[in-house]
Ligand binder design. Structure first.
Ligand code: IMP
Length: 205
């Protein structure tokens, strides 16, 4: 299967925060994506038990409804003191339709008696690129970002759990970083850099 960069790639996500970051990071590689909302792609239930399965489900759903290649991101935060929760359930930790604020407040409540040294956590991101619905060799990449959980939210940038994710390198929360700083360190930035590298390698052959 030809793995050249498709001219049109559908982004299989309705999360505005993710979409903004993905577009910013990929623009450095001259890759552009179009949101699935422009093609009225319906959301699909995330029934997988891993980030990989859920990203595949979302990418395949977008390919199915558009007939075009699709890129999907499945991501979340793993908190060691919660045995890795919320993990793949990060978007719905406080309930099926929970807001970012509700989710992060649930984390803070569950960690309220946990001391600073035991608040380690990491963001995970898996990205999947499918050339078409039946692509048997999806490109799958992953990125991880290590940090810890603050005791209260700080900062206005980013999205999701960023206000409670402490970044040791800058001694502030992820929501206090600029977009450039976050993209250079983040799980999503690492995954997309790996994706762009793989595409480059495949297109050279
Ligand atoms: P999903 O990939 O659609 O299942 O949702 C991932 C969820 O993980 C998001 O809704 C956020 O709550 C969280 N998440 C993923 N990446 C980030 C990030 O870069 N910052 C903050 N929260 C994130």
């Amino acid at each position: 299967m030809d793995k050249s960069i498709p001219e049109k790639i559908i982004l299989a996500s309705n999360n505005a925060g993710k979409a903004r970051e993905i577009a910013e990071i990929l623009s450095a590689y001259s890759i552009s994506v179009q949101p699935q909302s422009e093609f009225n792609v319906p959301e699909i239930p995330e029934t997988g038990l891993t980030f990989v399965e859920n990203a595949l489900l979302k990418a395949r759903n977008a390919c199915h409804h558009t007939g075009l290649p699709a890129l999907a991101d499945d991501s979340g935060i793993e908190i060691d003191a919660l045995n890795g929760a919320p993990g793949i359930y990060s978007a719905r930790f406080a309930g099926e339709k929970a807001s970012d604020e509700e989710n992060l407040h649930k984390v803070l409540t569950e960690l309220k008696d946990i001391p600073e040294v035991q608040r380690s956590a990491r963001f995970q991101c898996v990205m999947v690129l499918l050339q078409h619905e039946y692509d048997p060799t999806p490109l799958i990449v992953q990125g991880t970002w290590e940090g810890s959980i603050l005791s209260k939210p700080q900062g206005e940038n980013g999205f999701g759990y960023d206000p409670i994710f402490y970044v040791a390198k800058y001694q502030c929360s992820a929501a206090q970083l600029t977009a450039e700083q976050k993209n250079a360190l983040s799980h999503r930035g690492k995954a997309l850099t790996a994706l762009a590298e793989q595409i480059k390698t495949l297109t050279k052959k």
